[in-house]
Structures are given as C-alpha cells and as structure tokens.
Design a protein. Structure first.
Length: 153
C-alpha cells in the first residue's frame, strides 16, 4: 500500500472520528503528495524515497515553526504545529539514535577509506544516501565532521 493510499484511508478514519487536528495534518500530507505528483516533469507515482523526503521536509518545517512559535510565546500555534508533527512522524521510518548513527557512519568512513576532513564530501554523499529518512541531514553532517576530525588527530 502506497503512502498516498494509507493517508487517504487515515483521512476517512479521522473524518469518522471527528479528529480535527489529525485531519488537518493528513490533508496537508496528501496535498504535498499531490503537488509533487503533478509537478512539471514529475513521474506519475512517487517512489518511496521521494515520499520519505517529502515527509521529512514537512516534519522539519513543523518542528521549526513550533520552535519559533514557542520562542514568541504563542503556545496555541506551537501546539498545532507539534500535533501535526506527531501525525507526520507516524509515517516516517524509525529515527536512529545518535549512537546508531555514529556506528553506521564509522562503517561508511571505513568502507570509503576516509582519513580526514578533506573526505567530508565523499562520506556525506554515501551517508545521506544510506541514512535517508532515518536521521536529519544536520545531525549526519555534524557527526561526520566530528568523526573525520577525530580520525585526523
């Protein structure tokens, strides 16, 4: 079952249960999928990777918006964004812990034969491909940089 089908089924459930917050988040996800499918030059169906990228972007946007609203003292809007974030999060692959990311990165660095910060690009290319949807790019970048700097010393 594709993500689009899951979302449509869950929209029906949310409508029947009269869950407004969940319904708003699900409709937002469906909208993102439909926009991506109808973009100029897009294939008819999105790949699973494309779906995950869409969800990761949407989750990141919700998280950042909630943080901004929280800093501005707008708890009402912060709650809405966090509720939508929690709904989106259910459709994402399980996020790896920092320790799990570090272990995977050590393997990638060893396989590539990276020796220091000059190999950052090679490692990031492989790491973002392998860890796609399982960790945020910022976290991966920070950990790769620190691991490469350690191996340089």
């Amino acid at each position: 079952m594709s993500l689009k089908d899951k979302i449509e089924a869950d929209i029906k459930k949310a409508m029947l249960a009269k869950e407004k917050d969940e319904l708003r988040a699900l409709r937002g996800i469906k909208s993102l999928i439909l926009l991506a499918e109808t973009e100029k030059g897009a294939k008819t169906d999105l790949s699973q990777d494309d779906e995950i990228k869409l969800l990761m972007k949407a989750a990141k946007q919700r998280k950042e918006s909630a943080e901004i609203y929280g800093n501005q003292g707008r708890k009402d809007l912060e709650e809405i964004e966090m509720a939508e974030y929690r709904v989106i999060e259910r459709y994402l692959p399980k996020q790896l812990t920092e320790e799990e990311v570090i272990e995977k990165l050590k393997v990638i660095i060893k396989n590539i034969g990276a020796t220091g910060p000059q190999d950052m690009g090679k490692v990031m290319g492989a790491a973002t491909k392998e860890l796609s949807g399982q960790a945020e790019g910022k976290v991966i970048s920070f950990l790769v940089k620190s691991l490469l700097n350690q191996s340089n010393n």
